[in-house]
Ligand binder design. Structure first.
Ligand SMILES: [Zn+2]
Length: 441
C-alpha cells in the first residue's frame, strides 16, 4: 500500500531557495511543492518526496530559486523605441525625440506589439510582474494576458491630448472603465498613473486622489526626477513638487513615487512619515544624468524602496538582474559606504518591497506557503558563476539574465529551459522589425 503521498501538480528540486521571507534565509536541498497555482509546501527534499507525488517533477540541481522579480516602473510599449535616441539629457530626449515619435506612431497596435515584446524580454529576464505606465493600457492588458504574466497597469493621465484621450475627463473615464473591466482579473490590476507634476495640473491630481481612495488603488507618478524639474516648479509656483503633491493630498501609502533623485533631509522625513513608496530606477537615472536617489538614507529613514527599469528607451533594457546590481553598486558609491545595500537587501527591493508597494504582498514577493507560485530559477552552474559561496551574492554581483532558466507565474510554466511557452518568438521579432522600419522612415 502506498501511504505516502498526496497528489499535487508540480515539485521543483533546486539546489538553493532564497524565499526572501523570512529575511536573509537560504534553504539548501529543499524542494517546493506547487498545487493549483500556489506554493503548497516548502520542505527538505526527502520530506517533500515522502509527503507528495506530483504530475511533474523538475530537477534544478545547480539552480537558485527566488520569488519572481517585480519591475515596479516601466513603460512596456516603449520597447519599440529602444535605442531610438540615446546620449541625450531628459528634456531634450523627451521634447525633441520621444514625444514627437509618440505623437506620430502611438496606436492600439503599437501598444499591443510593444507590450508583447516587453513581456517576452521580461519573462526571459526572470521578471514575473511589472508596474506599467502608458497610453492604451487596455492593449497592454491584452498582451499581458496573452503572455500569462502579472501586471499593474497605469491609468495614465497627462495634460496634453494623445491618440488615446483628448483631455483629463476622457483619460479618467477610459481609465476607470478599464479598472472596472479588470476588476475580477486575478493577474492584472490597475493604478492611477498621472505622468508627473510638471505635466498634470492640480484639478486632475485632486480628482485622482479622491478616486484612488474610492477604488482602493495606488497612484504611480514620476517625481523629483531631475534638479531642473524642481527648480522650474519653484520658480513657477513657489513650491517644490513634493510640497505641492502633499498639499493636494497625494502623499499617502498609496503613492508610488518614481525616481526621487532630488530630496532634502526634510523631504526624506516627510516621505517616511506619510508612508509613500520610492520606485528607484538607477540605470535610467544614470543614462539621462538625472541625479542620484539617496537610497541608503531613504532606507535608514524607514521608506519602502523598490526597483524599476523604466522604459527600454531610457535604459535600454528591462533587465531586473542588471538593475539589482546597478542599484547595489550605486548605493554604495552615493553613501560612500561599501556596506550600503547588500545583496539580500537589493533582492528584497526587487521582490517583497515591490509587492508591498503595489499592494500585492499577500499574493507575491516571497516564496511562502499559500502565496501564488510566481517563481524564477537561475542556473549558477556556468563558468561565469563558479564557485558559489553565497548564491544570493552570486545572483546580484555575477549572474546575468541569460542565466534565468525557468519562470512560473501562478504555477504556469512561462519559461521552460529558456524557451517561451506562451509567446511566439518569431512573430514578436517580425513585429519589432516592422515597427523599426515604420518609425525610422
Ligand atoms: Zn518612467
Amino acid at each position: 500500500m502506498n501511504i505516502k503521498t498526496s497528489k499535487i501538480d508540480t515539485i521543483i528540486h533546486p539546489s538553493w531557495i532564497a524565499p526572501v521571507v523570512p529575511e536573509n534565509t537560504l534553504y539548501q536541498n529543499y524542494s517546493i511543492a506547487i498545487h493549483e497555482g500556489r506554493i503548497h509546501d516548502l520542505l527538505p527534499k526527502q520530506e517533500i518526496l515522502g509527503k507528495y507525488s506530483a504530475d511533474v517533477e523538475i530537477d534544478l540541481d545547480t539552480h537558485l530559486l527566488i520569488p519572481g522579480l517585480i519591475n515596479t516602473h516601466t513603460h512596456s510599449p516603449m520597447s519599440l523605441m529602444r535605442g531610438l535616441a540615446d546620449d541625450l539629457p531628459l528634456m531634450d530626449w523627451l521634447n525633441n525625440h520621444i514625444w514627437p515619435t509618440e505623437q506620430k506612431h502611438v496606436s492600439a497596435e503599437f501598444v499591443y506589439d510593444g507590450s508583447l515584446l516587453a513581456c517576452a524580454e521580461m519573462i526571459r529576464s526572470g521578471t514575473t510582474c511589472f508596474n506599467d505606465m502608458y497610453f492604451f493600457p487596455e492593449e497592454s492588458a491584452r498582451a499581458v494576458e496573452h503572455a500569462g504574466m502579472r501586471a499593474k497597469l497605469g491609468l495614465i493621465l497627462i495634460d496634453f491630448p494623445s491618440a488615446w484621450a483628448k483631455d483629463a475627463d476622457e483619460y479618467l473615464a477610459k481609465g476607470i472603465e478599464l479598472h472596472d473591466q479588470l476588476h475580477n482579473n486575478s493577474l492584472i490590476s490597475t493604478a492611477f498613473a498621472p505622468h508627473a507634476p510638471y505635466t498634470v495640473s492640480d484639478d486632475p491630481l485632486k480628482r485622482i486622489a479622491t478616486y484612488a481612495e474610492e477604488l482602493d488603488i495606488p497612484i504611480h507618478i514620476h517625481l523629483h526626477e531631475i534638479a531642473d524639474e524642481v527648480e522650474q516648479a519653484v520658480s513657477q509656483t513657489g513650491k517644490r513638487p513634493i510640497e505641492r503633491l502633499n498639499e493636494l493630498g497625494l502623499l499617502t501609502p498609496r503613492l508610488l513615487a518614481v525616481h526621487m533623485t532630488q530630496l532634502t533631509d526634510a523631504e526624506i522625513k516627510l516621505v517616511a512619515e506619510t508612508g509613500a513608496h520610492v520606485l528607484h530606477c538607477p540605470e535610467s537615472n544614470l543614462k539621462l544624468a538625472s541625479g542620484f536617489s539617496p537610497i541608503f538614507k531613504l532606507q535608514q529613514a524607514g521608506v519602502n524602496v523598490t526597483l524599476g527599469t523604466d522604459g527600454a528607451a531610457s535604459n535600454n533594457d528591462l533587465d531586473m538582474i542588471a538593475e539589482m546590481r546597478t542599484a547595489a553598486l550605486l548605493a554604495k558609491a552615493v553613501a560612500n559606504n561599501a556596506s550600503a545595500l547588500p545583496a539580500d537587501d537589493v533582492l528584497r527591493m526587487a521582490t517583497i518591497n515591490a509587492a508591498t508597494a503595489l499592494g500585492l504582498d499577500s499574493e507575491i514577493g516571497s516564496l511562502e506557503i499559500g502565496k501564488s507560485a510566481d517563481i524564477t530559477a537561475v542556473d549558477l552552474s556556468g563558468i561565469e558563476n563558479q564557485p558559489v559561496y553565497e548564491p544570493v551574492s552570486q545572483l546580484i554581483y555575477s549572474a546575468g539574465r541569460e542565466n534565468v532558466s525557468n519562470v512560473w507565474v501562478a504555477g504556469q510554466h512561462l519559461l521552460k529551459n529558456r524557451e517561451l511557452t506562451t509567446l511566439d518568438e518569431k512573430s514578436i521579432l517580425d513585429k519589432a522589425v516592422y515597427w523599426q522600419k515604420k518609425i525610422h522612415t
